[in-house]
Design a protein around this ligand. Structure first.
Ligand code: SF4
Ligand code: SF4
Length: 217
């Protein structure tokens, strides 16, 4: 299935305000995560069963000697052919599903039958996380409860800079293509990440590995 919905995340427009990260917690009733300062604005340090959207901060020195500070508003990519569904399904068919109309990939309570390392290892983006007590797997749901009621995902709604957009897959793919062409005029390395394989399509202006180890499959 390649119709359904998609999200664009244009990192060139992201200011790392973390509005999307907070909006995700708020809409999904997720608790705050206890953290400590470790020398970066990234907080918390990783996605978890209670943090489904995380703005990653990455800094370093470019090939030309100039510094970079990149932001990557991470979440499940809602793969067109999601290997996590097969992985969890091998243990419990009711544990994970793909919504036919939207393409959203959803984990269910029965996902707890599957082993963490196997499910995490199946995901090219290192996204699935397990609740320590219930053993149930959690991640972004594309706000399926909102998008099936004519609303856009909470993260997209919260974004003040236009870095995120949601809509029909064909329209978003077209939007991504146009934006990459525009960005290439200033940033020759601009590219979309795995656009033919995922519904949440990221745009970067430099080597994806500079943004995050699992930015690209
Ligand atoms: Fe599954 Fe990972 Fe793809 Fe999300 S990004 S649909 S968790 S394989
Ligand atoms: Fe970036 Fe938009 Fe998220 Fe703010 S809300 S961190 S600008 S993607």
């Amino acid at each position: 299935m390649s119709k359904g919905k998609s999200i664009m995340v244009d990192t060139s427009r992201c200011t790392a305000c973390r509005g999307c990260q907070v909006a995700c917690k708020q809409w999904n009733g997720l608790p705050g995560t206890k953290t400590r300062q470790v020398g970066t604005y990234q907080n918390p340090q990783d996605v978890s069963a209670e943090t489904w959207k995380l703005v990653r901060f990455s800094e370093g020195i470019k090939e030309n000697g100039k510094p970079y500070w990149y932001f990557f508003s991470e979440q499940c990519r809602h793969c067109l052919e999601p290997p996590c569904v097969d992985s969890i399904g091998g243990y419990q068919p009711e544990g994970a599903m793909r919504d036919e109309a939207t393409g959203a990939v959803i984990f269910k309570p029965a996902s707890k039958e599957a082993p963490l390392e196997e499910v995490k290892g199946a995901c090219p983006y290192n996204i699935p996380r397990q609740d320590a007590k219930s053993k149930e797997f959690f991640k972004c749901t594309m706000c399926l409860d909102r998008i099936t009621n004519n609303r856009i995902p909470a993260c997209v709604q919260s974004c003040p800079t236009g870095a995120m957009a949601f809509g029909e897959r064909d329209a978003i793919v077209e939007m991504v293509k146009k934006r990459v062409e525009e960005l290439k005029k200033t940033y020759p390395k601009a590219m979309a990440l795995n656009p033919d394989e995922v519904r949440v399509i990221y745009i970067v202006t430099d080597d994806p590995k500079k943004y995050h180890q699992y930015a690209v499959a």
